[in-house]
Design a protein around this ligand. Structure first.
Ligand code: DQA
Length: 152
């Protein structure tokens, strides 16, 4: 069966395209999903793409990705990145590599965005490259799978 990548999006990312376009650009979440679908296909992954404004739902989806032994998770937890110990614990609890993604360069923004709880348990972080950061994260997960196969 094809390995699956979960792409999990947090609060307000449903508004991409109209939300602060000077910050986040004009691409909608549907555009981001399409981008992820082509990247996943190119690397032989199936794709589960989700968005929620609710912290607990994001936690449950990280757990779900762990339970189905997904190949990896691309997680843009949005504002919960900077606040959620629950999401950090979920990421730490699953044996699935997680790549944290942000559309914007959070380090060039307000100081409260410089802190990421999720990053403590993430395999890697990509930020500031716009929506293509998602595709790069999927490529990164493919690289990790290959690395793992070479080691075993
Ligand atoms: C974001 C950055 C976060 O600080 C912010 O709260 C978001 C989006 C990004 O993709 O750049 O909602 O995760």
């Amino acid at each position: 069966m094809k390995p699956t990548v979960y792409v999990i999006n947090g609060p307000n990312l449903n508004l991409l395209g109209t939300r602060e376009p000077e910050q986040y650009g004009r691409a909608t979440l549907a555009d981001v999903e399409e981008l992820c679908r082509s990247a996943a296909e190119a690397h032989g992954f199936g794709l589960v793409f989700r968005q929620s404004n609710h912290e607990g739902e994001l936690v449950s989806w990280v757990q779900e990705a762990g339970a189905v032994r997904a190949a990896g998770i691309v997680l843009n937890a949005a504002a919960y990145t900077h606040t959620s110990i629950a999401l950090l614990d979920a990421v730490a609890a699953v044996a699935v590599p997680v790549i944290e993604v942000h559309i914007t360069n959070v380090h060039a923004r307000e100081p409260f965005r410089h802190v990421s709880y999720v990053a403590r348990a993430a395999k890697g972080v990509i930020c500031g490259l716009g929506p293509q950061g998602y595709a790069l994260a999927i490529a990164g997960l493919a690289g990790l799978v290959t690395q793992r196969e070479l080691k075993s």
